[in-house]
Design a protein around this ligand. Sequence first.
Ligand code: GDP
Length: 366
Amino acid sequence: MEHPENSTEYAGLQVNAGVAQPAIVNPYLSSMRKKRHKLFTAGEYVEGILKGDVSMLSQAVTLIESVHPDHQVLAQEVIEKCLPYSGNSVRIGISGVPGAGKSTSIDAFGVHLLNNYGGKLAVLAIDPSSEKTKGSILGDKTRMEKLAVHPKSFIRPSPTAGSLGGVARKTRETIILCEAAGYNHIFVETVGVGQSETACHSMVDFFLLIQLAGTGDELQGIKRGIMEIADGIVINKADGENVEKAKLAASHFRNALHLFPMPESGVMPQVLCYSGFYELGIDEVLKMIFDHIGKVKESGYFQYKRNEQSKYWMYESINEHLKNNFYYNKTIKELIKPMEDDVLGGKITSFVAAKKLLDEYYSMLK
Ligand code: GDP
């Protein structure tokens, strides 16, 4: 249509007809992208993974994260086939509140580990908040600049879909694939808030807690029961003027640790100061971790804990499956909202409502 301002009333002003905008994505590239998402057979994925093919590993992890039922079936087949090749790694959980310096530290620990201890390193994450923000925050490659370009590293952000239990299960399954692909060191990063730490703790051999000096967090950590699950506590940012404060915080933590019973592992957690940014004290932290692993392997606690974790995940999977089966049931989905309204309206008690729904569900199972 001719622009109204091209009428003679607006002499001297010429508005050209618009030009169609080119596609944002190069059509050639988008066809390439479609090709990349081609599904392989479970055997092909496993073959690629066992060869250490990073692209195949990434695509298999994408299958694990997918909510598509066909993808899930395929993913389970891949996981099952990878299981015999898994388990041969040291799994390290790294936790700290936002700003504690997790990504800076993982970058420093990771590069130091690969350069001095060899092997391969996978960095995974459990970040339940990513469900809300629709973008995973932890494990983002751009946050770990040196590690991201290291040929022996594999970095994967947190899965985004589902409940914390679901996100954690996917991370645990990803560990299996990474181990089958030859990653003998696994870092699992998690935010130091809420339940995600417990979930992370249930899949790692060593749980490292990153703390800062002088934030008042020292006490909070103790309150929240975090101290009981930490195998080692490290005070980051021990650089410049902060060194003395960090040392003081470390001694507070050491004192506090004496108030707790000896951990189940039989190894007293150590408290160290370091600087992730200036790369000071990094080797001491890694040594602390590997000393601990050596001790628990010798005592048999390492294997005991892994067995306990497998048991835990069996029950977790059953719980999750049962819950999903109930909540995604078509009839239950229809009944649940009116029932909730009745509870809110005081027409029925919560317990009676729950029983009615469960009875309805059980009657469908018969
Ligand atoms: P995250 O949210 O726990 O992943 O924390 P980041 O690694 O993103 O770090 C948060 C901020 O602290 C950034 O501005 C870092 O540069 C800074 N930081 C991290 N480690 C150190 C350190 O060892 N010393 C100092 N001075 N700053 C650090």
